[in-house]
Ligand binder design. Structure first.
Ligand code: AMP
Ligand code: ZN
Length: 455
């Protein structure tokens, strides 16, 4: 079997393709004007998971992830570039802002065991590529210079517009949610800017055949992916919000330039909620990886939580799920240490089959739990299977578990339970056991008295 994933465009589960033995992947990267929140990280982990599955079965991957440091305009404030707005807010140079958040993005990925992409091209350093593509699109009559001097893509010239999202041009109403209100020079409301004239703007602008200006957001991904992946992308990954218009427009630009279908498979990860709510700055509900770390939790507990859910389902991350995942990681690491020290690995077909069929990670984890508890599988074999599974899951399952001390409250409860037992107050003893278990400990009453371990 080979990995097959649901393709948003054709709406079926499709096998991953490759060219000359290499699968080319492109994952839309962060807009580096703020810290990535755990939702963004869920999407970045999706491309890492796909890459790991391909590689564990002997395939090769070339992965590109762009860094958006110019041209991503706010949909809420007219003409506001997200980076420039943050630069003003922090009283810093916009490029300094970009480098600060870009470095933080790489730090987060490292904490999550995300394997490095082959290239992280920056939009601001790929302006020539974009200008070349826009020039080509104008010459092929897919783009035009608008009445305001900006260059626009002519959406009506691209007949299969809407294939990914199902949004047909004729059904798109003027002023739809994603339309930028500063694009006054276009001929048709569903067209979009490839190059914007500088106007009053003085920062982050470049010279072009159409005067000083800056690129639109969508063109960067087309220009970088086509250039770096030789005009063809086997797997394109992003969050579900990018399906329209970002990916729809990207597809139109790339296909119009090359004259071919440029992407084989569009993979979209569903969004993450936190404690039941959408993550947004305005509602104060944004959780970062650093928040998880400062609560004393392993950052990989977030990775495990994501794996407990299908990538195509919206998921709700909670503090209690993170705590449970953290304890689970401890438990698995303790067990893999107890199971021996061999570095051998063993393929488990049922585990692999679950992952390869549309990345069914919950089923794959269920399989691992079955193996963990089996009395028919030897300890060394269990360890070998866990080592193999970890190549896909990236959870550091063979890292020695941290020996964590217990808190003062837990010690007090243990002392109280000791006294309750010696005084034969069994219901008090049971209540304390429950409280201790709730706090993450496992209590065993043996010949030598009560013993505790982390669950
Ligand atoms: P941005 O930095 O805003 O350009 O977003 C980076 C990636 O995160 C994109 O692929 C988005 O689709 C994705 N994304 C944004 N919000 C969420 C969320 N709540 N859950 C999962 N992915 C998200
Ligand atoms: Zn993109």
């Amino acid at each position: 079997m080979t990995l097959a994933i649901y393709d948003t465009a054709s709406r079926v589960v499709k096998a991953i393709q490759s060219q000359n033995g290499v699968t080319s992947m492109y994952c839309c990267g962060p807009t580096v004007y703020r810290d990535a929140h755990v939702g963004n990280l869920r999407t970045f982990l999706l491309s890492d998971l796909i890459r790991r599955v391909i590689e564990v079965t002997g395939g090769k991957v070339e992965l590109i992830q762009n860094i958006t440091d110019v041209g991503h305009m706010s949909v809420d404030v007219i003409g506001e570039d997200k980076l420039l707005a943050q630069a003003t807010a922090e009283n810093k140079d916009p490029f300094e802002i970009a480098r600060i958040y870009e470095a933080k993005f790489h730090k987060d990925l490292a904490l999550l065991n995300v394997m490095k992409a082959d290239n992280y091209p920056r939009a601001s350093e790929s302006i020539d590529l974009m200008i070349a593509m826009i020039t080509d699109l104008i010459s092929k009559n897919f783009a035009y210079i608008g009445s305001d001097g900006s260059v626009y893509f002519d959406s009506k010239a691209f007949v299969s517009y809407g294939n990914i999202s199902g949004n047909r041009l004729e059904a798109l109403k003027p002023g739809h949610r994603y339309e930028y209100s500063d694009e006054s020079g276009k001929r048709f409301h569903a067209d979009w800017a490839l190059w914007k004239t500088a106007g009053e703007r003085t920062e982050m602008i470049w010279e072009s055949p159409w005067g000083f200006g800056f690129p639109g957001w969508h063109i960067e991904c087309s220009a970088m992916s086509m250039h770096l992946l030789s005009d063809h992308v086997n797997v394109h990954v992003g969050g579900i919000d990018l399906r329209f218009p970002h990916h729809e427009n990207e597809r139109a630009q790339s296909n119009a330039t090359t004259g071919a279908e440029t992407v084989d498979l569009w993979v979209h990860g569903e969004h993450l909620l936190f404690e039941g709510r959408k993550m947004s700055k305005s509602s104060g509900n944004v959780v970062l990886l650093s928040d998880i770390v400062s609560r004393g939790l392993d950052p990989l507990s977030a990775r495990l939580c994501f794996l407990e859910n299908r990538f195509r389902s919206q998921m709700d991350l909670t503090w209690s799920a993170l705590e449970i995942a953290d304890a689970q990681l401890d438990k698995w690491r303790t067990k893999t240490t107890l199971w021996g020290a061999s570095t051998e690995f063993k393929v488990d077909l049922a585990f692999l089959e679950a992952i390869e069929l549309d990345l069914d990670t919950p089923r794959a984890l269920q399989r691992l739990r079955l193996i963990e508890k089996s009395s028919e599988i030897s300890d060394s074999e269990k360890r070998a299977i866990f080592i193999y599974a970890d190549k896909v899951l990236g959870l550091d399952l063979t890292r020695p578990a941290l020996v964590r001390g217990i808190s003062i409250e837990q010690q007090e409860m243990l002392d109280a339970r000791f006294i309750a037992r010696s005084e034969k107050r069994w219901s008090d003893s049971d209540a304390l056991r429950l409280a201790l278990e709730k706090s993450g400990l496992e209590i065993k009453d043996g010949a030598s008295g009560q013993e505790w371990s982390w669950r």
